[in-house]
Design a protein around this ligand. Structure first.
Ligand code: PEP
Length: 266
């Protein structure tokens, strides 16, 4: 279903009127985690100023440590919905458990499946049946074939509104949190008709790498970026060191504005 063999034209996925696909480069930005209404609104306004047309923000956080902040749950979803009202930005948010899919889908405009759940087939099937567009991150140890098969689980439930997100893979290199597999973008675009975006924040795990990796992603033909921003990263409850701050936003806006002519992206 997700293969390009039977579907030669690349697809565009529309999230509450916002297209993600071969004719554009879509910026999704916002806080890693929803912490407070003020922090989420501030981050959303920063995202919008940089050219974002979709707001990201986690209410359910799949953290490596069970002692780390796990997200605000439904309270976080309510904050996201308020900030959508205030800014007009549709919401992309993660769901980590099949039992929560209906609840998260009742607030979200796009459901995110994160790297740690990319092989959770019950969750993939549940989001496939939820009637909302899905952003499927690559499992950090998944091959491209495994990633596409995960997408197939979503598609099999009747939902082809799937955006794939390369977010770095686990390698032997400790200088970055994960290794961004930039070649995955054109490789997957040749194999699948689905849009492919890049997460330069979770791949590098470092603020200073977000802009260079964003430029690389856009240059290689990614259909969009998903970027963490935070008004006060030093106080962030989740992944502060990778969040862009106000001073970085002009540069991010420039990456979006100056993307190369859309040749070779079909
Ligand atoms: C996220 O985007 O909030 C996230 C946790 O990303 P990943 O699943 O890629 O680690």
């Amino acid at each position: 279903l997700v293969s390009r063999e039977n579907h030669p034209q690349r697809s565009t996925v529309t999230v509450r009127g916002v297209p993600i696909g071969p004719d554009t480069v879509t910026l999704i930005a916002g806080p890693c985690a929803v912490e407070t209404p003020e922090q989420t609104l501030e981050a959303a306004l920063m995202a919008k100023a940089a050219g974002a047309t979709l707001l990201r923000g986690g209410a359910y956080k799949p953290r490596t440590s069970p002692y780390a902040f796990q997200g605000l749950g439904e309270k976080g979803l309510r904050i996201l919905a308020e900030v959508r009202e205030q800014t007009g930005l549709p919401i992309v948010t993660e769901v980590v458990d099949a039992h929560d899919v209906a609840l998260v889908a009742s607030y979200a405009d796009m459901l995110q499946v994160g790297t740690r759940n990319a092989g959770n087939f019950a969750l993939l099937q549940a989001v496939g049946a939820a009637g909302k567009p899905v952003m499927l991150k690559r499992g950090m140890t998944a091959t491209i074939e495994e990633w596409l098969m995960a997408a197939e689980y979503v598609a099999q439930r009747g939902n082809l509104d799937i955006v794939l997100c390369e977010r770095g893979i686990r390698t032997y290199e400790p200088a970055t949190r994960n290794t961004l597999d930039i070649s995955a973008v054109p490789v997957v675009q040749r194999l699948s008709h689905l849009p492919v975006i890049v997460d330069p924040s979770h791949s590098g795990g470092r603020r200073d790498l977000v802009l260079p990796l964003s430029r690389a992603a856009v240059a290689v033909g990614a259909d969009g970026l998903i970027v963490d921003v935070h008004p006060h990263p030093e106080q962030a409850l989740c992944d502060g060191p990778q969040a862009l701050v106000n001073g970085d936003l002009d540069d991010l806006a420039a990456v979006m504005r100056d993307f190369p002519p859309l040749v070779g992206r079909t």
